[in-house]
Design a protein around this ligand. Sequence first.
Ligand code: ATP
Ligand code: MG
Length: 187
Amino acid sequence: MRHCCGRIFVESGNYKGEMRALYIGRFQPYHLGHHAVIKAIASEVEEVIICIGSAQRSHELENPFTAGERYLMISKSLRDEGISNFYIVPILDVNRNAVWVSHVESLIPPIDLVFTNNPLIERLFTERGYNVRTPLLFNRKEYSGNEIRKRMLNNENWEVLVPEAVTEVIKEIDGLRRMKNLRRSDS
Ligand code: ATP
Ligand code: MG
């Protein structure tokens, strides 16, 4: 087994330069937990395919950002680290778990490995015969989309939980004002 940053990712080093790995998230927003995992995966495999799940969702309290905005957050953050061996693919929901892996497959290049902490995604890819790995979680209490969205709405310090590029994208699109408007009710 090969160890990276104290964590085990791909087995024996002879894969490097050959493997293409998949990582899936909603990235509402992209945060330092996602960033730590993707950086480690990118250093171990030839290419990382990053799927932006629920791509059609935006302008909701749980899903404030569009696929394009999330795309910018991820690509700018990784490029700031000098990482370029990644491809980002937005994925629309199909709301039928049994066909979801086929749906993802129809949009991405062939992959050798799937990295996920989501038990349902792990189950669905394992049933289709994929090699699924579970990376360890980094500071999950704070590096969490839910915690960051909560802090944004409460004017608490959320910037420390995301890469700098994410803060810039959210400022550029006036994301905080969007979220606060979404919280208002018309009653
Ligand atoms: P939300 O609270 O909105 O669900 P999230 O932080 O769980 O956001 P997702 O986009 O749902 O982020 O998750 C994408 C993937 O990133 C999942 O496999 C999730 O387990 C993983 N992940 C989330 N937080 C961390 C973290 N702190 N460290 C490592 N992986 C994480
Ligand atoms: Mg989640």
